[in-house]
Design a protein around this ligand. Structure first.
Ligand SMILES: Nc1ncnc2c1ncn2[C@@H]1O[C@H](COP(=O)(O)OP(=O)(O)OP(=O)(O)O)[C@@H](O)[C@H]1O
Ligand SMILES: [Mg+2]
Length: 575
């Protein structure tokens, strides 16, 4: 941007005007005031003179002839500065202190004479052709005893003196003013130079700041307002420098942290503009230089765009698994209220998925391989049992073989459930019918422990939808646990339909589960008390099978428990 250098011009014009305008005013006022008041004084003096002369002239008008009167008037002139003229009411001049009255023209039309003939004291200022100068005239009517105007006394005075006095005064004022003006101009020049040099100093300093040259100092030594401004600007500049430094440092730290993170990171503001991201994210979307661009301009994957859009709208934390260019990513998005921005992380789960797949394949293959020899061993043990008398050892072998077969069966079940291609065979069945069949399996154990089983439902309709074979596995495992971990008391089974869900509760009065283990009991092979489980024949696979089957039904399982009082498992299956 170009700026005009206007300040010096304006400063000079302003100071000139501030000096010139008062001078012109003073000169004008002086001129009129001095002239008017001086003329007033002259007027009253002339009137006084006219009154003083009036009785003598009146007397002479009656006693002397015109020539004598003229002589008398001329004799007065040498003593006085003024001019005296005696005029008849018809305008003809009788006597004059300077000129020969016969050579003078008729005065009837003169302003001061007209006024005097009207009975007033006539006044007039005009240029006299006879004396060739500005004159002040005063006329006084002279009356006889019948109150008739018999003559007019006119006293006049030259204004030459007054005019030259006024001219001298004005000249003096102008001279003094010119001296004042010059001093004023010099001072204003000096101050405007000082003012401008400081402004330039500040201007250059700010120019440097605008070019991002922080930390510069401005030097103004005087302890005036400019000095104060300079001091504040210096503080501002050094604070700015500090802030920029720490901002840059923070930025570097953030960048270092971001580039060391293995996950893709993306930060978006509420307008959808990308404010931060790391290289990993740029590699995922195969774009570069994406900062300050809208996310929809650079992210081409529709699933990601929809995910971002949804979080920007709802401001809720969400997770989603997405498959991008042969890779699996777990995307997490959340809203950071403090900065009003949205953070997204892209975690590459491909390798974990691969490991899980290998693990699953191994378990499945190993279980299948182990099952065949174990079944053979079982068969031979049973043959041996018939032939050998010492049954004690054979019993132990049989029990352990059965246990191993159970474990292998559970592992095979789990592998099948984890298979990508697993399908549910959904049909409608009666829950009460199914649970009664399950309880029958455990009738011996229930009797042995003398446990009470109560089934309760507030619905007439006890039908539900799901894969009956797989859900039976769920209830077998849960009822098995309830019986296994309850020494006395009862087992309650509740069923009800609520808000489009079938809800099943299995409540026992057994040993309970300490709170810290509640999350872990659904993990494979996890048992709370190892020696006790071994005694009871548990391997910790039951609940993982349960969890898998319920997840396949898009349902959920929750557990509440109190040590020594019992446990409650709540299953929700959408219908
Ligand atoms: N009703 C319950 N009361 C107390 N503890 C329980 C109950 N149900 C499960 N548990 C605890 O959770 C653990 C995991 O249960 P899970 O059914 O997976 O294994 P398990 O019963 O030990 O063996 P199995 O594979 O034969 O079922 C159990 O070992 C037990 O410690
Ligand atoms: Mg179990």
């Amino acid at each position: 941007m170009k700026f005009k250098k206007e300040i010096p011009k304006r400063l000079i014009i302003t100071s000139l005007l501030t000096i010139l305008i008062p001078i012109i005013l003073i000169v004008t006022i002086t001129f009129f005031y001095v002239r008017d008041s001086s003329i007033k004084i002259y007027e009253s003096n002339l009137v006084e003179i006219a009154y003083m002369l009036e009785p003598t002239i009146k007397e002479k008008l009656f006693s002397d002839d015109e020539i004598k009167i003229d002589e008398y008037i001329k004799s007065l002139k040498s003593e006085k500065e003024f001019r005296l003229t005696i005029i008849k009411p018809d305008g003809s001049v009788i006597a004059d202190s300077i000129l020969d009255p016969t050579s003078m023209e008729n005065h009837k039309s003169r302003e001061e004479i007209i006024e005097a003939l009207n009975g007033q004291i006539g006044k007039s200022i005009r240029y006299s052709s006879s004396t060739e100068e500005d004159m002040l005239y005063i006329s006084l009517p002279v009356y006889d005893s019948f109150n008739n105007i018999i003559s007019i006394i006119r006293v006049s005075l030259s204004l030459k003196e007054l005019n030259s006095l006024i001219n001298r005064t004005i000249l003096n004022i102008v001279l003094i003013s010119l001296i004042g003006l010059s001093i004023g101009l010099i001072l204003s020049f000096y101050y405007s130079r000082y003012f401008l040099s400081n402004i330039n100093e500040i201007k250059n300093f700010l120019k440097e700041l605008s070019k991002k040259n922080y930390g510069k100092k401005i030097i103004i030594k005087k302890q005036d307002e400019f000095g104060e401004i300079a001091q504040y600007l210096n503080v501002l500049s050094s604070e700015l420098e500090e802030n920029i430094k720490s901002y840059k440092k923070e930025q570097e730290e953030i960048n270092t942290i971001l580039s060391s993170i293995e996950e893709g990171v993306l930060v978006i503001n509420s307008d959808g503009l990308i404010t931060l991201c790391n290289q990993v994210f740029e590699n995922i979307i195969k774009e570069i230089d994406i900062i300050n661009k809208h996310y929809w301009e650079v992210v081409k994957n529709i699933e990601i765009v929809d995910f971002i859009k949804n979080i920007l709208k709802t401001k809720e934390t969400q997770k989603k698994e997405i498959y991008i260019k042969n890779k699996n990513y777990l995307i997490k998005g959340f809203y950071l209220k403090t900065i009003n921005e949205f953070v997204f992380t892209f975690f590459d789960t491909s390798s974990i998925k691969k490991i899980e797949e290998v693990k699953r394949d191994f378990v499945r293959d190993a279980s299948h391989e182990l099952k065949t020899p174990l079944t053979a061993i079982k068969g031979f043990v049973e043959t041996l049992e018939e032939e050998i008398d010492e049954k004690k050892y054979i019993e132990i072998i049989k029990r352990n073989v059965d246990r191993m077969i159970n474990i292998i069966n559970d592992l095979i079940t789990l592998s099948k459930l984890e298979d990508k291609d697993v399908v549910l065979e959904i049909s409608e069945f009666d829950f009460i019918e199914m649970i009664n069949n399950v309880i029958k399996i455990f009738s011996n154990k229930i009797k042995e422990k003398n446990l009470k089983i109560k089934i309760d439902t507030d619905n007439y309709n006890t039908k539900m939808k799901g894969d009956p074979y797989k859900l039976e596995q769920v209830f077998i495992n849960l009822i098995d646990n309830a019986i296994k971990y309850t020494e006395k008391g009862e087992i309650n089974i509740n069923f009800y339909l609520k808000e489009g869900n079938a809800i099943i509760e299995i409540i026992d009065t057994g040993i309970g589960i300490p709170e810290e283990y509640l999350d872990r009991i659904f993990e494979r092979f996890y048992v709370v008390n190892k020696s006790r489980s071994r005694e009871l024949g548990g391997t910790g696979l039951g609940l993982s099978i349960v969890k898998h089957i319920i997840a396949l039904h898009n349902g959920k399982i929750e557990v509440k428990s109190e040590v020594g009082k019992g446990s409650k498992f709540i299953i929700t299956i959408p219908q």
